[in-house]
Design a protein around this ligand. Structure first.
Ligand code: ADP
Length: 500
């Protein structure tokens, strides 16, 4: 199958979160299964500065945006360790900026225009490059217009005539909502600006557009696929999603073990595996030293993530003083995001310097070292579409403590003597979202931690579980095939209809 995958984030070109990991690992896995994937992304500054080889293709793109024509070009690179081409849509005025979507917490005010340009550029670029396309796979709101352009404007334009559109929701909380006049930028007729298609309470909604026009919608865990069909996790779109539930599928994200494996990870000071855990101890000591924490025998809790309301840092901040005062734990926290969480965490770090180390930055190497050096990994997310960090933690023998929501609920099974025996037990979870239930889950984890024999078995259990992309990629292939079958059947029916 020929797949065009459009996204804003791909490791190592541009990353703010899990989307970037997924959009690198899935194409690699699909390519290994024998499919031809071409990735399209904007040539963001971080991509231009990524150090990856970039070839100027000499393809001129002239894109209509409202009543002007905006020009762009195409660069080509390759996904490391694969044959997968990465086409970067270059338009320096739009994309050569410090952030991908925002700066200092404020969204770029021309975001709608930037991503209208990107979507139109993808449609045009595939035509100019004469790619073959069976499936157009769009990801999140920035690419939500792609399914609409396919269905409305490109059905008779090669190479798009027989393509099916798959739209993946990685996080429904970010919808790309803009004032209604931005509809003019899209170049689509105002007739589509209605409550059943692109309009949402008077605004243009690009996430909704993707959901409405795609042939198939996927999201990144089965549980999240259910959760978004009602409020509050439907974020206002639950009815739209319910309406499309026949073509809504949840597929769990996987892990790229070439990047996330403590036996080979180049960011770690020592390596280890389930068979020989001695290196993990060295990683813990080195992490304590790196972060300026005492090299004590205390359990070390790691947290990494975007500092937004979603990730539950405020809940964690409510329980940390309890644990820090009793001097029963150490904490290693890495994140960037909203100023209020920066302040909250800095205050805690000042109050408990022996217990708490906070790094307010984006650092891939430190993320790896926290995964390896911590004993426990806390993810108290209010909601979590899939979550990757808990899966990385499992492979690094760092036992997750999670709020049982979305992908966290789908992947983490409470450790009990029984689940340890049957191989499923891999962490600790709390159902209700309160400081008390979180504290209780941490208490259970620490009780296990003190029993060194059981703890080692739990760690080994976690490390041996397989959450690789192989299974998830095969599921995407099934979904692509099913989409194509449906689309081609519909196209045949409509051609037969118009001929008779
Ligand atoms: P989300 O996509 O909602 O941000 P995920 O758990 O799916 O959450 O993926 C988060 C990814 O981003 C992980 O690879 C994580 O290590 C990484 N990450 C988040 N914040 C940081 C940070 N400050 N430094 C390094 N990596 C980070």
């Amino acid at each position: 199958m020929h797949i065009v995958l459009a996204t804003c984030e791909v490791v190592p070109f541009a990353k703010t979160g899990g989307l970037a990991d997924v959009c690198a690992a899935l194409p690699r896995a699909l390519s290994e299964l024998g499919h031809q994937v071409a990735i399209f992304m904007p040539a963001f500054r971080s991509a231009l500065q990524s150090g990856q080889p970039l070839e100027e293709l000499g393809v001129e793109l002239a894109i209509p945006i409202a009543n002007k024509t905006v020009h762009g070009t195409l660069l080509r690179s390759r996904l490391p360790e694969s044959d997968v081409p990465v086409y970067l849509v270059r338009q320096d005025h739009y994309y050569d900026r410090p952030g991908l979507y925002q700066e200092n917490g404020v969204d770029y005010q021309d975001n709608c225009e930037r991503f209208v340009f990107f979507c139109r550029a993808v449609m045009e670029a595939a035509r100019k490059l004469r790619l073959s396309v069976d499936i157009l796979h769009a990801n999140d709101w920035q690419t939500g217009l792609l399914p609409a352009y396919l269905q409305i404007e490109y059905r008779s334009v090669p190479p798009w005539e027989h393509a099916g559109a798959v739209f993946t929701i990685h996080n429904l909380a970010y919808q790309g909502r803009f004032w209604h006049w931005d509809m003019v930028l899209t170049g689509l007729d105002w007739k589509y600006f209605n409550w059943q298609q692109m309009e949402f309470y008077g605004q243009l909604n690009l996430m909704k557009t993707g959901i409405v026009f795609a042939d198939t919608i996927t999201t990144v865990s089965p549980r999240y696929a259910q959760e978004i069909q009602s409020e509050p996790l439907g974020c206002g779109l639950s009815e739209v999603l319910k309406h499309r539930r026949d073509v809504l599928v949840g597929i769990l994200n996987g892990v790229d073990y070439r990047v996330w494996d403590p036996a080979t990870d180049p960011h770690l000071p020592a390596h280890y595996s389930a068979e020989d855990l001695s290196g993990k101890r060295q990683c813990k000591r080195a992490l304590q030293r790196e972060l300026g924490l005492p090299e004590a025998e205390l359990p070390l809790v790691g947290m990494i993530g975007r500092l937004t309301e979603q990730k539950g840092f405020d809940l964690a901040a409510q329980v940390i003083p309890h644990w820090a005062q009793a001097a029963r734990t150490q904490w290693a926290i890495l994140g960037t995001g909203e100023a209020k969480y920066h302040e909250l965490l800095q205050q805690l770090a000042r109050r408990f310097p022996q217990q708490l180390a906070v790094r307010l930055e984006f650092s891939e190497p430190l993320a790896h070292r926290i995964e390896a050096g911590a004993d426990l990994f806390l993810m108290p997310s209010r909601f979590e579409p899939s979550g990757l960090n808990q899966l990385y933690s499992l492979r690094y023998g760092t036992i997750p403590v999670v709020h049982a929501t979305g992908g966290l609920a789908d992947t983490i099974t409470e450790a009990t003597p029984q689940t340890l025996l049957d191989g499923t037990g891999n962490g600790f979870r709390f159902e209700e979202y309160t400081p008390q239930t979180l504290t209780a889950a941490l208490e259970r984890a620490l009780a296990w931690y003190r029993d060194r024999g059981s703890w080692t078995r739990l760690v080994q259990n976690a490390m041996r579980q397989d959450w690789s992309w192989t299974r998830s990629a095969a599921r995407y292939v099934q979904v692509y095939q099913e989409t194509l079958r449906r689309v081609r059947q519909n196209l045949e029916t409509s051609t037969a209809g118009s001929e008779s």
